[in-house]
Design a protein around this ligand. Structure first.
Ligand code: CAA
Length: 261
């Protein structure tokens, strides 16, 4: 499938890279870009050989500087709601992919950009990255899930402060609040992201997918039901060739050769 505002590449076997590609507008998210993010994520997710998806922004200035203000500004209330739902749909498609997804944040990560990053499983960032939900400065609320995902990730009080003040935070603060997993220099960020992707791609892929599913589906359940979910995932692994290979390789003191079966 070909896209206008995103690039979907496979830099290495099993590793997909989705790049939001409107650098002149700091990769701002218009309707077309939102649809393409959803479609590209689904395309990567439909590949049974896919192991991990990296999401980044084109250029060296921004990951994504938010929803496209020039498109939004003239919306009616109903069009605003439809635009919000469009973003929700795209980001939920990304969030519920069966493979791990990593946001590779290389600059401004604001508004819809932070909402995109938070729809990935975790965030790696460059030392120049800046994060924020500045929507109230424009007289609008976050619209692609920011009020919900930020509060779940960093807690209600921090989310409340960031969203109601619109304050932008540097990467050290974003890491301290648990929003960012690791920080790298801008010139090593993508290489480090690929290194992490390679590590995941070398594991038993069915176990990786089942582990993601258990974390994602379990987080909104009570602990008893969530643990039942984990036991089922654990049990299912015993039907795979990868488990047999992984455990035999350990006992034979050699590297496992997983096949994804
Ligand atoms: N929408 C549309 N265009 C944008 C944009 C956005 N969110 N962010 C940047 N651009 C455009 C600028 O208009 C500019 O275009 P021109 O060259 O044609 O003038 C170009 O990108 C470069 O931007 P700047 O000249 O502003 O660059 P800067 O370095 O001076 O500032 C910035 C960078 C601080 C990120 C600034 O661009 C900025 O504040 N952007 C808007 C951030 C924002 O408010 N995001 C939230 C949007 S609302 C939202 O996301 C709602 C939601 O939750 C769904």
């Amino acid at each position: 499938m070909s896209y206008e505002n995103v690039l979907l590449e496979q830099p290495e076997a099993g590793i997909y890279l989705l790049t939001v590609n409107r650098p002149k507008a700091l990769n701002a998210l218009n309707s077309r870009t939102l649809d393409e993010i959803g479609a590209a994520a689904a395309e990567a997710g439909a590949d049974p050989e896919a192991r991990v998806l990296l999401v980044t922004g084109a250029g060296d200035k921004a990951f994504v500087a938010g929803a496209d203000i020039s498109e939004m500004r003239a919306y009616t209330a109903l069009e605003g709601k439809t635009f919000s739902q469009r973003g929700m749909r795209a980001f939920r498609a990304l969030e519920t992919l069966p493979i791990p997804t990593i946001a590779v944040v290389n600059g401004f990560c604001l508004g819809g950009g932070l909402e995109l990053a938070m729809s990935c499983d975790w965030i790696l960032a460059s030392d120049s990255a800046r994060f924020g939900q500045p929507e109230v400065s424009l007289g609008v609320t976050p619209g692609f899930g920011g009020t919900q995902r930020l509060a779940r990730l960093v807690g209600r009080a921090v989310a409340m402060e960031l969203i109601t003040t619109g304050r932008q935070v540097k990467v050290e603060e974003a890491k301290a609040m648990g929003l960012v997993n690791h920080v790298f220099s801008a010139d090593t960020l993508m290489a480090e992201a690929l290194k992490q992707a390679r590590t995941i791609a070398a594991k038993g892929s069915i176990a990786v997918r089942l582990a993601k599913e258990a974390i994602q589906c379990g987080q909104d359940l009570d602990l008893d039901n969530a643990c039942v979910l984990e036991s089922k995932a654990f049990g299912l692994c015993f039907s795979t060739a990868d488990l047999k290979e992984g455990m035999l390789a350990f006992l034979e003191k050699r590297a496992a050769e997983f096949t994804g079966r």
